[in-house]
Design a protein around this ligand. Structure first.
Ligand code: NUP
Length: 213
C-alpha cells in the first residue's frame, strides 16, 4: 500500500455492479479499497481478485480465531490478491503471530473500535492491543477516527507502525483531525459510496487530508 492520498475506501456495497462502479469512480483518489463481510458474503472472494488489478485490497475479516484457523484464513486472503488483512488482538499473541507469519502483506490489529460501543470493551484494552501488535510484528493498528485524542495516545505506543482509522464521515469523525492526530490513513465508507458523486466526495476528502500535511 503506497502512501499517496492516505484515503482508503470501505466498500460495504452488496451489489456487484454498484461495487465495481464505485471502485472505478474513486480509484484514482484512494490508496486502497477495504472489503469485508458485507461485500464478500454476497459477492464472493472473486470480488477481491477482480478489484485487486485496480487497487490494493485490505480484507476486513477481523480475524480472531486459534492460530491454525487464522493461518488458513490469512493464506487464502493473500492467495486471492489482497495486500492486507485486519485481525483482532483479543484472541492472543499466538493468534496474531499466526496471521503475521502467513501474511504476504500488511496485518492490521484492531485496538479501540470507532463506534460508541467501542468504549465499553475495546477502550479498556486498546493500549494492550497496540502493544501486542508491536510485539507480534504486525504492520499496524486500527484506531478510532471518532476519537483523535486516542489516535495521538496510541501513536506513542506503536511508534512507526501504521495507524489506520475508520470512523470518518458517517460516524462523525473528521479526516483532517484524524491525520493531524498522527494517523497514516483514514478509512471512509458510506459518506463516499452513498454520495451522489462518490468521485467528487473522495476528491474532497483527499484535499481535506492534504490541507493538514
Ligand atoms: O473500529 C472499527 N470501526 C469501523 O468502522 C473497525 C472497522 N473495521 N470499521 C469498519 O470501517 C466498518 O466495518 C466499516 O467497514 C468501515 C467504516 O465505514 P463507514 O462508517 O465510513 O461507512
Amino acid at each position: 500500500m503506497k502512501k499517496r492520498t492516505r484515503l482508503i475506501l470501505a466498500l460495504d456495497v452488496t451489489d456487484r455492479q454498484e461495487a465495481l462502479r464505485v471502485v472505478s469512480e474513486v480509484a484514482e483518489h484512494v490508496d486502497a479499497v477495504k472489503v469485508g463481510y458485507p461485500a464478500v458474503l454476497p459477492l464472493g472472494m472473486g470480488l477481491v481478485e477482480e478489484i485487486s488489478g485496480r487497487a490494493d485490497i485490505i480484507c476486513d475479516f477481523k480475524v480472531a480465531d486459534i492460530p491454525n484457523t487464522n493461518r488458513l484464513i490469512v493464506e487464502e486472503v493473500f492467495r486471492r490478491g489482497a495486500s492486507g488483512v485486519i485481525a483482532h488482538g483479543f484472541a492472543g499473541g499466538d493468534s496474531v503471530r499466526a496471521c503475521v507469519e502467513a501474511a504476504k502483506g500488511d496485518v492490521l490489529v484492531v485496538t479501540e473500535m470507532s463506534h460508541p460501543g467501542g468504549k465499553t470493551y475495546t477502550h479498556p484494552v486498546a493500549d494492550d492491543m497496540a502493544r501486542l501488535a508491536v510485539h507480534e510484528g504486525a504492520s499496524g493498528i486500527i484506531a478510532p477516527a471518532t476519537r483523535p485524542e486516542r489516535v495521538r495516545e496510541l501513536r506513542e505506543i506503536v511508534g512507526e507502525l501504521l495507524i489506520v482509522c475508520p470512523g470518518v464521515g458517517a460516524q462523525g469523525g473528521s479526516a483532517s483531525d484524524t491525520i493531524a492526530a498522527g494517523a497514516d490513513y483514514v478509512i471512509v465508507g458510506r459518506s463516499i459510496y452513498q454520495a451522489e458523486d462518490p468521485k467528487a466526495e473522495a476528491s474532497r476528502v483527499v484535499d481535506e487530508i492534504a490541507s493538514v500535511l
